[in-house]
Write a protein that binds this ligand. Sequence first.
Ligand code: CO8
Length: 173
Amino acid sequence: MTTPDTARHTPNSMDGNPTIDERANHCFGCGPANPQGLHLAFTTDTSNPEAITATCHFQLDRMHEGPPGYIHGGIVAALLDEAMSKLNRPLNVLAMTRHMEIDYLRPVPLYQPLVLIGRHLNRPAKDGTPGRKLFHQAEIQHPDGTVLARSKGLFIAIDEKLLFAAGITPPEA
Ligand SMILES: CCCCCCCC(=O)SCCNC(=O)CCNC(=O)[C@H](O)C(C)(C)COP(=O)(O)OP(=O)(O)OC[C@H]1O[C@@H](n2cnc3c(N)ncnc32)[C@H](O)[C@@H]1OP(=O)(O)O
């Protein structure tokens, strides 16, 4: 008899009251514990609070191929989504993607070092306080600066009470 290796995806250490960081260890985009993940590592720049950025240098191989020699369009979307989502923590919010649109401008090549950049656009206030809608954008660039793909995204801040109800605590500061 065979049984699914559930521990590979949900180790015992996650039982009890895991933090969102522990949960995110298996994030397909950035989780270090996901053996099939993209393992993206970002650097955030908050020096201009009006235009926070998250930057990642990456290179993919045939595991993520779509058109021969190029990255699959769904993976391009995942890359852009990840870059935009990385802007939420510097803004001190937990948020999920509600809507995103993508311009696939050029095929995105495999086996080449590329740059992924997310930029915070704005967070409209509601009733004088920061609203729950966050607007971000992201680009995948060739090192020569050519933009290969571009996205705009709407993220919705998640009420932390919902996380507590699910047994998950917010990230460490
Ligand atoms: C917690 C850490 C997670 C890290 C995640 C990394 C990024 C991800 O990939 S997240 C995974 C993909 N995303 C998801 O699975 C989210 C699934 N969706 C949901 O759970 C819900 O829709 C959720 C929680 C985002 C929002 O739900 P809900 O609060 O009901 O929002 P909803 O009312 O539908 O829409 C919110 C607002 O956006 C507006 N809106 C919706 N679509 C659009 C659009 N295309 N353009 C402009 N505005 C829009 C709505 O009109 C609404 O506005 P208002 O508040 O003024 O009425």
